[in-house]
Design a protein around this ligand. Structure first.
Ligand code: ZN
Length: 1226
């Protein structure tokens, strides 16, 4: 049937408004039978209407204006007419109407059922013998226009049979560009529905798309763009992807892509190029696709083309998509390890019946000593490569990126995790243990029964310790007052010439080796030993203290005061177990000979003034009593020399544009140019002779066989690049995050790249401004003993090393993550250390405690008990600190005994060294001479377990104890043998509960690796119920808001503390943590976990800076000050008076207090939201695939995890501070 084009009727002179209404009214009248009976009239009316709309814009507005029925009338006419010309007229009217007015008109059209009408007409038209091409064209144009707005179009089209009409039309009209274009547009919309895509695939849609796209031609580019997008949509279906692979489409796509890459010189068709990559991306979601891609040399092709695109910024989307495809297709590897189980094994006496550890060691190697080096043979337990991600059956599923799934799971579990059992939210009333069992703990509370009758309360008399007489003031650390005078005026000197000792006349070359305790004395290789001794003494004899703040003081040279101190070498250590190297012929005699006194006199820096709590000799003494599973005999320099926080602030690192991409490209290069890769193992704990790998000057030397060290393997990849593998926690096969290792043999000026390749968390603060810590021995002996934030080009991303499902708790197909950083070294022959966070060893703790004890004044009551021995044979200290009673009068002793208790603990997680620094601040404050500290001691009795997991700390674990378990998940049922520190700490608390002396505050110090600032988790019945949406009687909701007081005070006085990050919700996954158990079982309302960031702050005074030990120690001190405030608030009613008083006392932040007096109303706050897990920014690598709705072609999903500048106002620069989520709920 041949039709005329719609004719423009014209009738001039009549106002259009009335005309339109008249026409619509006429049309409405005709709807139904008369429409069929009188096609001529309907043709005329619609033709007039079309003309009006085409010529006068306001007519369209009138038809579409709100409250009118214009669209209904038009649609019902369309449905009732059988006349092709009328239909065409109406389609043209719709086309005119829907072109304008943005999306709203289309929305109206869809909401009135317009798409259904179009589909019906499409079906009926197609049934005609010769369907009108013009009609088909108009129908498809309209469907293409409205389709993306109708989420159900795909389903409607499939059910009505429209899919095949379109596909057949395309097949028949491959040369008819005019008709082909709208058909392809509709096909693109249809294909975004996964079921449609499969159905279309069966009908040959993929082959047709290839006929359109290939071979390369620049004709009809807009058509090609639509075709490529449609193809990409079709290929989201795995069935289609496999179909495409079988039809050898991967190489066709690659060829096409390269044709476009070469010929699109002016980058006018990047959309087509991106579409082609989109096709490849979807195909490679299948295993078959990846295989085909690699076989077709896809890696090299995309690598080369991307490299050529790197210089043109507008081509970034191409590079990013290419990179994503290459990462996906990068063959999965095992970690280069014989087993992922820890290189060290600790034989438990008490066998674990079940659990992951039992599974891991179901057949422990028996019969040997309790602790020994054990290299397990490769077992199936480790078997790793499992990328069977495509399951043939679950086709209709969308292809989520696994990480997004993980994130969703996280979000879901966050809500699922809230404790909903109301019984578990109430304090447990009945005591669980008979008092008889707890009575033994009485000995840890002698202060509660002490009568002080034997004490003389005269300050002039001496006590047992002579050192205790020294009236030394401990400076309360405050990072805010980074004054120069307290540090810089103390010491200042120049480097002194080496003493003329004839024995060491020849200046031996640096570097100083690691402080190997037995080397000097016991090594059999005499020459080597002497050399080492010379090196070391030379290194150390030059030591003189310079002003700590070199930045300032180097310029204004103060008076040179030599502060040298002659000390006996701490290196000559007797009685410590000798590490016998299996490869070196070591035996039982390897400790008996050597020149005893040679090199015994060394000059060491007098850090005493800088570090009043540090003592080098004492440190070594402490190390002697520390027991490690690998029986370490070396002391790392940083722990020996100590750390003085730098006086400069260390800002969060700004991440440069494209860092991650360039790192990933370097990784991909390993595959493209395998011959450039050295793959040279330079450090390997799994071989017995470790670390004896001959240094040839071409490689760095690594070491981490010292307390808290945990490097397992180092592999030189390129001249200046190393892959590093961390050791798992002892008796475990994962928990890699903490690291601490030594490097030497570096070249000055070279930039080294280090990759820690077996990280596990899916995101890291290393992506948001955090740097690693470095300690230079050369700097230390020049008077700057300190850890500094260092490293450039830092990023954290998923790599191609597959994780065993055993180590992921059953999840398959997971990968490890790489943390990469670059560093250069400024001193020749230096020994440098890198760490995840400021190290704080168990030996450091013992040294600090000993120094603290020595500072006790007669006013201070301080006692150190051994709470218990750990599995590894280390003692767990328990401290009691309070003030002595004023006299031994009844009243005073009574006041003494009745002081409320504060119970503190820290470092249950060994990798959270920040917790120890906070604890150090607390302890130093408590022992200090400040009037605030004195008031605090008079107000409370402090019970402190400063290190709940000494074994984990000693052995370089990140999370666990020697039993391979997280001790902070054992509080409900601690086992006396396996978890002694938890068992006995809990017993102490149970004892207190029994004697009605439950502490006023319990707080366990932790470190947080994903969030910034310092914050607290507490327990609130009410807030948990609010969050969990469980119904509870209002009577159950009575709760004293006292639990909010302490964090609130902290948010006012401690600059690093953020109230907004606090949460008081009880989670099910945390039901066996200290916080929840102490709250529920011991009945302590103020039971907290205090989390300190490893990274830095994004609020308050320290906003934009990384956290340092000064800030952490300050936090510990401020915690004490807050307790004093809490005391005053809970003890008296006139708060405002006290605030003023305290402002005077505290003196640090009077402004804050006076400017916001209202913040003291504790109950005004709404409970904070559950903080979303801040994983949102993690590599949205393979994202966007979940999108199942219509209009996929019109959505752009950012593909670079890399790029998320904080300030969107500055999109040009590509720079910006890197901010961590949560995006959703800030
Ligand atoms: Zn922790």
């Amino acid at each position: 049937m041949k039709m005329n084009k719609p004719k423009m009727a014209s009738e001039k002179g009549v106002p259009s408004t009335s005309k339109v209404q008249i026409l619509l009214a006429q049309l409405e009248k005709m709807t139904g039978d008369s429409m069929v009976r009188d096609p001529e009239t309907s043709r005329q009316i619609t033709s007039k209407l079309l003309h009006l709309i085409q010529t006068q814009e306001k007519t369209g507005k009138e038809v579409m204006s709100k409250g009118t029925s214009g669209m209904e009338v038009i649609l019902s006419s369309l449905e009732s007419t059988r006349d092709a010309q009328t239909i065409l007229n109406i389609l043209c009217i719709l086309s005119e109407l829907l072109t304008l007015g943005k999306g709203r008109r289309v929305g109206v059209f869809v909401s009135k059922g317009g798409t259904g009408v179009l589909l019906r007409i499409l079906i009926s038209t197609s049934k005609e013998f010769h369907p009108s091409e013009e009609l088909m064209l108009q129908l498809h144009s309209l469907l293409a226009k409205v389709g993306p707005k109708d989420r159900k179009l795909g389903v409607k089209a499939r059910l009505s049979g429209a899919l095949n009409i379109t596909i057949n039309l395309i097949k028949k009209n491959l040369q008819n560009v005019k008709l082909l274009l709208p058909c392809l547009q509709v096909l693109r919309v249809y294909s975004s529905n996964m079921v449609n895509a499969i159905s279309l695939g069966k009908s040959g849609a993929i082959e047709i798309m290839f006929k359109i796209l290939a071979p390369y031609s620049k004709k009809n580019t807009s058509l090609l763009k639509v075709a490529v997008d449609a193809l990409a949509a079709l290929l989201k279906s795995k069935t289609n992807a496999r179909r495409a692979v079988e039809a050898r489409c991967v190489s066709t796509l690659l060829t096409l892509y390269m044709d476009w890459h070469r010929n699109d010189t002016w980058h006018r068709h990047t959309a087509i190029r991106k579409g082609l990559l989109g096709c490849l991306r979807n195909i490679t979601n299948t295993k078959l696709g990846r295989k085909s891609f690699t076989e077709a040399d896809g890696m090299r092709i995309l690598y080369n083309s991307s490299s050529e695109c790197l210089t043109v910024r507008t081509l970034d989307p191409l590079v990013n998509t290419s990179s994503l495809i290459m990462r996906k297709c990068f063959p999965k590897n095992r970690l280069p390890l014989p087993t992922i189980k820890s290189a060290f094994h600790y034989q438990l006496d008490h066998a674990l019946a079940s659990g992951p550890v039992a599974q891991l060691y179901s057949q422990p190697p028996g019969g040997r000593t309790n602790a020994h080096l054990c290299i397990e043979p490769l077992k199936k337990v480790d078997d790793v490569v499992d990328d069977s991600d495509d399951n043939e059956d679950t086709e209709a599923d969308t292809e989520n990126d696994t990480e997004n799934e993980e994130d969703e799971k996280d979000c879901r579990s966050l809500n699922d995790d809230i404790e909903k059992d109301i019984n578990k939210l109430h304090p447990q009333k009945s005591p669980t243990r008979p008092f008889e069992e707890l009575r033994v703990y009485e000995r840890f509370f002698v202060e509660l029964s002490e009568d002080f009758q034997d004490y003389t309360f005269d300050c002039s008399t001496t006590s047992s310790s002579s050192l205790a007489r020294t009236p030394r003031t401990v400076l309360v650390p405050t990072a805010q007052a980074l004054s120069t005078n307290d540090v810089t005026t103390q010491t200042s000197s120049v480097l002194c010439p080496p003493p003329k000792d004839p024995h060491y006349s020849t200046p031996a070359p640096l570097p100083p080796p690691a402080l190997q305790l037995d080397t000097l004395r016991f090594s059999k290789e005499r020459n080597k030993r002497e050399e080492v001794a010379q090196d070391l003494s030379h290194a150390l004899e030059c030591v003189a203290l310079k002003s700590e703040d070199s930045l300032n003081m180097d310029k204004q040279k103060g008076s040179p005061i030599s502060t040298q101190k002659v000390a006996h070498s701490p290196l000559l250590l007797e009685g410590i177990a000798i590490r016998c190297l299996a490869g070196g012929g070591g035996g039982s005699d390897c400790g008996s000979e050597g020149a005893e006194d040679e090199g015994a006199v060394l000059e060491v820096p007098d850090t005493a003034q800088l570090l009043p709590l540090h003592d080098l000799d004492l440190y070594v003494d402490m190390v002697k009593g520390t027991h490690s599973v690998p029986q370490y005999t070396e002391v790392a320099y940083p722990d020996y020399f100590g750390h003085v926080a730098p006086t400069f602030r260390e800002p969060l690192l700004e991440r440069l544009y494209g860092v991650q991409r360039s790192k990933i490209f370097q990784d991909i290069e390993r595959l493209i140019h395998p011959n450039d890769i050295l793959d040279k193992i330079v450090y390997d704990l799994d071989i017995a002779s470790c670390p004896v790998i001959e240094s040839d000057g071409e490689s760095l030397k690594f070491n981490s066989q010292f307390e808290s060290g945990n490097l397992r393997k180092a592999i030189q990849i390129r001249k200046y690049e190393y892959d590093l593998v961390l050791n798992s926690d002892i008796n475990s096969n994962h928990h890699h995050q903490w690291f601490y290792f030594e490097v030497s043999g570096m070249r000055v000026g070279a930039t080294y790249r280090f990759n820690i390749i077996n990280c596990e968390k899916s995101n890291s603060q290393f992506n948001y401004g955090m740097q690693v810590l470095m300690y230079s021995v050369q700097e230390a002996i020049s008077g700057r003993p300190r850890w500094v934030r260092t490293g450039a080009d830092i990023c954290y991303y998923k790599n191609h090393f597959a994780r065993s499902s055993i180590a992921t708790g059953g999840q398959k197909g997971k990968s490890y993550y790489t943390m990469t950083f670059s560093s250069s070294f400024s001193h020749k022959d230096d020994v440098c250390y890198f760490a995840y966070h400021y190290p704080y060893t168990y030996s450091s703790l013992k040294m600090h405690l000993s120094k603290l004890e020595a500072m006790r004044t007669p006013e201070i009551y301080m006692r150190q008990d051994v709470l218990c021995e750990t599995l590894g044979g280390n003692s767990c200290p328990l401290l009691t600190i309070t003030a002595m009673p004023e006299s031994n009068s009844n009243d005073h002793v009574c006041q003494f005994r009745n002081r409320p208790l504060i119970f503190l603990s820290a470092r249950v997680h060994p990798g959270e060294t920040n917790a120890s620094w906070v604890m150090k601040g607390t302890l130093e404050f408590l022992m200090s001479a400040s009037p605030l500290a004195a008031s605090l001691r008079e107000a409370y009795i402090f019970k402190i377990v400063p290190m709940l997991n000494p074994d984990g700390v000693v052995n370089g674990n990140h999370r666990c104890s020697l039993s391979g378990e997280d001790l902070n998940r054992q509080w409900q049922n601690p086992n006396a043998e396996l978890h002694p520190t938890i068992y006995h700490t809990k017993s102490l608390l149970q004892y207190l509960a029994h004697t009605q002396r439950a502490p006023l505050v319990f707080c366990d110090y932790h470190g947080h690796s994903r969030k910034k600032n310092v914050f607290m988790y507490g327990c609130s019945l009410k807030e948990t119920i609010w969050q969990s949406s469980i119904s509870a009687a209002s009577s159950e909701l009575h709760e004293d808001l006292g639990y909010r007081a302490l964090p609130k005070i902290l948010s006012q006085i401690a600059p690093a503390f953020s109230m907004a990050s606090c949460s008081f919700v009880v989670e099910r996954s945390k039901e066996s943590t200290a916080r929840v158990v102490v709250w529920r079982e011991i009945g302590v309302q103020r039971s907290y976990t205090m989390e300190s960031t490893v990274c830095g702050c994004d609020q308050g005074k320290y906003k934009g800076y990384q956290i340092g030990t000064r800030e952490l120690e300050e936090m510990g001190a401020q915690f004490c000050v807050a307790l004093l405030r809490l005391k005053r608030m809970t003890g008296l009613h006139n708060h405002q008076h006290l605030l003023d008083l305290e402002s005077d006392l505290i003196g640090t932040q009077p402004k804050v207090v006076s400017s916001c007096p209202t913040t003291y109303v504790m109950d005004e706050d709404e409970p904070s939201f559950l903080e979303a897990v801040d994983y949102s920014a993690e590599s949205n690598d393979e994202d966007g695939e979940a999108d199942n709705e219509a209009g996929a072609g019109s959505r752009e999903i950012p593909e670079t995890p890399d790029l998320r500048p904080e300030r969107p106002s500055d999109p040009e620069s590509g720079h910006g501070a890197w901010k961590c989520g949560p995006v959703a709920s800030q």
